[in-house]
Design a protein around this ligand. Structure first.
Ligand code: C2E
Ligand code: MG
Ligand code: MG
Length: 791
């Protein structure tokens, strides 16, 4: 568009030059104005094409207005080339005058928070201002034109048309902006500001023509140019505009109270300066009458609006002002009533409680206006997916509830429709936000006559928290077991840093995609072999999670685990990893390969008392021995719940699962971990391993830790071994196990199996009696680096 605009300016300037009229400052400004008007037309047309509903209509009208302005500017250009002076009035004026009309219509169409009555009042206010301005303009300037050219009514009409239309549209703009809020205000304010800038230049133009002064001055152009630039800005921001009808009664703003009175007072004052004889000539009596009519109609409307406002205020005591659905009071009232009636009518009562999964992220990263907009859209979707007569309410924050009366299956049906309503992303401020709800449902059936309204609501709440914890999506129907598993440790997981580089919208989007990927089992695992440093045989593998993202490629844990930690997805990841890893162990076993496996755990998850049971079940289901599993606890988080963690670790160890402290030395509590927790293995952080043996201080630290661990009888593992020298040094200093790119990068399950099988077939390996011995295997460079050096 910018390129088109520049090309336009050059083409017009070239035409000027070829026609011999020269390139003056005025002609340059004129050419620039024509080009910008063309760009603004295209921008408005694009916004109309991409928008829908009212937004599309408003911007289509704007495209017509701006297109007409462009035609006017081109006509002017032609006049400049062919005639000495601009004809006035001309067809170009008619074309220019379409713009304010279009802006006025667009502002009314885009206006938000107006009822039909207040929109009519808006138009009447604009008429009042327009008529008042005509009276003032007549007395100040137009009567002179009238006197100098008595027969030229067209000239007077056109001269009056500019300021009157501009004033009317500005009035509409100011009133509409005063009522709008959030994202919508920006577009409306830009449109009004653009109109103000255009009106300024129009005013100067009319004054110059009326007083027969030359109009070829560059002073005229800044207003038009700024105005057009602002229209382009409005068209661009207009793409994120979502129109919402009035949802709550709003008191009349101060601006709309005083705005029509000021011009009326000005017009009255102007009239008093004239003699009755002067007033009798010209249109003042007629315009005065029209002004009176518009003003009276407006006052009548204000009175009727006030009456309905009172009724609405009474209604609003029961409504949520942001979303327009019921509030907590009305919900409780209707629920109590439904619970009383259910026995008599033999019906069931269902309560659905839902809460948005990532609403806090939206508020934190995109700001509260976007959060408010999202809540309104969510309320609209819920209302659109329930039956007429079901009560929808906002209980507070991002929590909504639906009261469903009827048969039991009705509740389930409605609940599933609500879930489906969230399949489509919400478009707020021009961004797609995939937001998902956690939904709990509790139903009071016939067989439960003593159940109170309060209890039913509480049950739905518990079911909703269960949905939140499980992250399984869908509707969670309350059952008694949920009372037992109700644990308050959700907040525990809501810590950890946000990826700093990410913008709010992309964080929310990524989080939505991550939830989806977890639900659809799209995360995968790779396995990095661990080697016995003395025998060069593989003693196990470590499972490392990866996210094959459809657009961003294969994402490593650093790129998404911070989100997992912060937004409480750790439980889901742990479940996914443990199940997938053990499934792979079973698959390898079918090929006669027994591979011990290590999985990583988030330290806070170790305080989950259900964990040992979960692991035991996963192992038992696959008939695997617990000794085949090692749990690595990442040390980058503090263990907040030490007592609970100790209990969990003890249970895991009693069961036979090995425990390793991962990244040992990277945190602050390394030594206290060694003192307080009974662990089996210590994995030295790779940042200590990389610099040895060259770095004496790092070598000294590693030596000390190896000695300490040996003293405590712990197995020592060095991760991040990248060179033969490091591997040799570690072996010489008594480190038991090594892991790192020097031996092997992390491999896919299939690739690992192929390699293990290939080596299993190797006769030299078998001769040693160890099926997992690889010292003599010849792996290609891409498989493993320098493995032969390990012999
Ligand atoms: P970690 O448990 O310390 O895993 C070792 C990391 O070091 C892996 O990074 C591995 O690819 C990398 N690595 C291996 N050899 C070398 C080497 O020679 N040089 C260097 N510079 N790096 C090497 P990755 O896969 O990016 O994982 C990063 C961390 O993410 C892991 O560190 C672990 O803390 C966490 N993580 C990975 N998968 C899971 C998981 O399933 N659950 C949890 N809770 N955390 C995981
Ligand atoms: Mg690890
Ligand atoms: Mg590590």
């Amino acid at each position: 568009m910018v390129v088109g605009g520049v090309a336009c300016v050059i083409a017009l300037a070239l035409t000027d030059w070829l026609s011999g009229s020269g390139v003056s400052l005025v002609s340059l400004a004129d050419n620039l104005m024509t080009s910008m008007a063309a760009v603004a037309t295209v921008a408005a047309a694009v916004t109309a094409r991409t928008g829908s509903g009212r937004v599309r209509i408003a911007w289509a009208v704007m495209a017509i207005g701006l297109g007409s302005f462009t035609v006017g500017a081109l006509l002017w250009f032609v006049y400049r080339l062919t005639e000495f002076e601009h004809p006035y009035p001309s067809v170009a004026d008619a074309a220019y005058l379409v713009l304010p009309i279009a802006v006025g219509i667009a502002l009314i169409v885009l206006s938000t928070g107006f009822s039909r009555t207040s929109r009519t009042r808006l138009v009447l206010d604009a008429l009042v201002v327009a008529w008042s301005f005509t009276i003032v303009g007549w007395i100040a300037v137009l009567s002179e034109i009238w006197k100098s050219a008595p027969g030229d009514r067209l000239r007077v009409a056109v001269s009056a048309g500019y300021p009157v239309l501009d004033a009317a549209v500005l009035t509409i703009g100011v009133l509409v902006v005063a009522r709008a809020h959030g994202v919508q205000r920006r577009t409306l304010a830009l449109l009004t500001a653009a109109m103000a800038a255009i009106a300024m230049s129009d005013g100067v133009f009319v004054y110059l023509t009326a007083t027969r002064q030359p109009t070829d001055t560059a002073l005229l152009y800044p207003g038009w140019l700024i105005g057009l630039a602002l229209f382009i800005g409005a068209a661009v921001t207009g793409r994120g505009f979502t129109h919402r009808e009035v949802i709550a009664a709003q008191p009349v703003s101060w601006t709309s109270l005083w705005l029509p009175f000021v011009p009326v007072l000005l017009a009255s004052a102007a009239v008093f300066t004239q003699s009755p004889a002067d007033l009798a000539v010209g249109p003042i009596p007629l315009i005065g009458f029209l002004l009176l009519l518009a003003f009276s109609a407006r006052q009548l409307l204000v009175m009727s609006e006030n009456r309905s406002l009172l009724a609405t205020v009474a209604d609003q005591a029961l409504r949520d002002p942001l979303t327009g659905v019921g509030n907590r009071i009305v919900f409780r009232d209707r629920l109590s009533h439904a619970m009383q009636m259910r026995q008599r009518d033999g019906l069931s009562v269902g309560v659905l409680v839902m809460d948005l999964d990532d609403f806090k992220v939206v508020n934190d990263t995109l700001g509260h206006p976007v959060g408010d907009e999202l809540l309104s859209l969510v309320a609209e979707r819920i209302v659109g997916s329930v039956r007429a007569g079901d009560t929808v309410a906002r209980l507070g924050g991002d929590e909504f509830a639906v009261l469903i009366e009827g048969r039991v299956d009705h509740s389930q049906l409605v609940a599933h429709r609500v879930v489906e309503a969230f399949d489509e992303p919400f478009i707020v401020d021009g961004q797609d936000l995939l937001i998902r709800p956690s939904i709990g449902l509790a139903v009071a059936e016939q067989g439960d006559p003593d159940l109170l309204a309060e209890d039913l609501l509480k049950r739905a709440d518990i079911a909703m928290y269960s949905a939140k914890r499980s992250r399984a999506g869908g509707v969670h129907l309350f059952n008694a077991e949920m009372l037992l598993s109700e644990t308050p440790d959700n907040d525990l997981f809501a810590s950890g840093p946000m990826p700093a580089s990410r913008s709010g919208a992309s964080t929310v989007r990524l989080l939505g995609e991550l939830r989806q990927a977890i639900d659809q089992f799209e995360l995968t695992l790779v396995y990095q072999p661990k080697f016995d440093l003395k025998t060069a045989s593989i003693v196990g593998v470590e499972a490392l999670v990866r996210w094959p993202h459809p657009k961003r490629g294969l994402l490593s844990p650093d790129e998404f685990l911070p989100l997992v930690r912060r937004y409480g997805l750790m439980g889901s990841i742990t479940d996914l990893v443990i199940n997938q890893a053990l499934d792979d162990v079973v698959r390898w076993r079918k090929d006669r390969l027994e591979v011990p496996i290590a999985v990583n755990m988030f330290a806070p998850s170790m305080a989950d008392l259900r964990l040992p049971g979960k692991f035991a079940k996963a192992l038992a289901e696959r008939n695997l021995s617990p000794s085949q599993l090692t749990v690595e606890i990442t040390e980058d988080l503090f263990l907040d719940h030490m007592e609970r963690t100790k209990t969990v670790l003890n249970q895991l160890q009693e069961f036979g699962i090995r425990i390793a402290i991962d990244d040992f030395g990277s945190g602050y509590s390394a030594l206290s971990y060694m003192r307080d927790l009974t662990v089996d293995e210590v994995k030295l952080d790779r940042h200590f391993i990389a610099p040895i043996p060259a770095d004496q201080r790092a070598s000294a630290v590693v030596r000390a830790v190896l000695n300490l661990a040996n003293e405590l009888g712990l197995t020592t593992v060095a991760e991040g071994i990248e060179t033969a020298a490091t591997a040799d040094w570690l072996r010489e200093h008594g480190c038991h196990i090594g892991q790192g790119y020097y031996f092997s990068p992390p491999l896919t399950a299939d690739k690992l199996r192929d390699i293990l099988k290939r080596c299993d077939r190797d006769s030299t390996c078998r001769a040693t009696g160890c099926s997992l011995r690889y010292g003599s295997c010849h792996w290609s460079e891409s498989d493993v680096t320098h493995i032969e050096l390990m012999r």
